[in-house]
Design a protein around this ligand. Structure first.
Ligand SMILES: [Zn+2]
Length: 385
């Protein structure tokens, strides 16, 4: 099907006639959080948190987990058997498991010395196909955590979506995703356009005519051609920007006024006028060094913009690893630990507060990415209130 990019809900419905769909998505998933694995939190924390909550209609809260295959095939940071156990638990409990490559390669060579920076695809479609194949092959092996050469018993046919690592999407990766017959890709950025303000984001669309979000980024930020052409029928489930609340609304969301000033002090490229930030938890914690309260205020305010605006689905682009005690030990890379304002317990508290805040609102449903595509494709699949 062809869903044209639009800020109107599908099927001719008005915003107040549709549920506010929310998808919690988690990439990589290297740390189980299981006893004996060397660090609490991680994926176990998220699965336990979801198990404690329900949607208003009594349906379970399911997450969408984009799995990096080599995390269960010689994971250098945790014994593979723990990670297999927690991935398998997620599968058994009904969560959605999707692909995020085997080895998490970069898709673009970005030359930051050039102004504007050049973005050049570095993997061919065949290179991407080889990555996908390796990922499938480790996931589909029968589950047996006591054996080295085992997987989680996830059938290929159950995998319907993909997120490109580092959000470095381009035509080569999308062509490979289409060759596999997958239904959606979940990395395209949306919401940077000057006329988008959180309350009027473009609903998820198919890439029959490319991506307006990427076209804006290409032309405005990079003065170049967009990285995405036409991929008929392939759904883009966008990574929407998050928006920090302006001063007059900070207290309403539980944080001190001056949030936009604080973010500008951390990063020069932050625009205090729009308050927009890339919609991933990593960006909030390790690029803008938000406190728990600032992160909560930003994500909760953005949720309300969607909810009180055109009810465009709300995506949380998260990482279970960030909610593990191991993250600060192994993954900080260039981030200066002295700048962190939130550590494992505060970051975990943030996820709980955000989920519980979202669930206080009527007409909200937490769904998986696959459920969302179904609800956007079929008027009888439950989008309408
Ligand atoms: Zn990733």
């Amino acid at each position: 099907m062809n869903r044209i990019p639009s800020d109107k809900p599908p099927f001719g419905l008005e915003p107040k006639q549709v549920k506010q769909l929310v998808a919690f998505t988690f990439d990589d998933n290297a740390y189980s959080g299981l006893p004996g694995s060397g660090g609490e939190g991680g994926m176990k924390f998220i699965l336990d948190l979801f198990a404690e909550h329900k949607n208003h209609d009594g349906s379970p809260i399911f997450g969408t987990f984009f799995l990096k295959g080599n995390n269960i095939d010689n994971n250098p940071l945790e014994d593979d058997s723990f990670v297999k156990q927690i991935w398998h638990r997620a599968l058994e409990e009904g969560h959605e498991l999707e692909m995020h490559t085997y080895s998490h390669p970069h898709g673009l060579d970005v030359d930051w010395d050039d102004v504007p920076a050049k973005r050049v695809p570095i993997m061919s479609t065949e290179d991407w196909m080889a990555e996908h194949e390796k990922c499938y092959s480790v996931l589909e092996k029968p589950y047996d955590p006591t054996k080295k050469d085992s997987g989680i018993g996830l059938e290929r046919s159950k995998i319907v979506g993909f997120r490109t690592p580092y959000l470095e999407y381009n035509d080569n990766v999308f062509t490979s995703v289409q060759k596999l017959g997958l239904k959606f890709e979940a990395a395209v950025e949306e919401g940077w356009q000057n006329d988008r303000h959180g309350s009027n984001e473009l609903w998820p669309y198919t890439l029959d005519n490319g991506s307006p979000g990427e076209t804006f980024v290409a032309e405005d930020f990079y003065a170049s051609e967009p990285l995405i052409g036409k991929h008929p029928g392939l759904w883009a489930l966008p990574m929407y920007v998050i928006i920090a609340p302006p001063d007059e609304l900070c207290e309403k969301y539980g944080t001190k006024p001056g949030l936009r000033d604080r973010l500008a002090a951390e990063n020069q490229y932050f625009d205090k006028e729009t308050g927009k930030v890339t919609g991933m938890d990593w960006t909030a914690w390790f690029e803008f060094f938000m406190s728990e309260d600032d992160a909560f205020a930003t994500f909760a305010y953005t949720f309300d913009l969607h909810y009180e605006g055109n009810r465009c689905p709300y995506f949380l682009g998260f990482h279970t690893d960030i909610y593990s005690e191991k993250y600060e030990k192994y993954d900080l890379e260039d981030a200066d630990p002295a700048r962190l304002k939130a550590h494992g317990p505060e970051r975990r508290n943030f996820v709980r507060r955000l989920l519980e805040y979202i669930l206080t609102k009527p007409d909200v449903q937490v769904v998986t990415a696959k459920q969302m595509v179904e609800m956007l494709s079929d008027p009888e699949a439950g989008l309408k209130i």
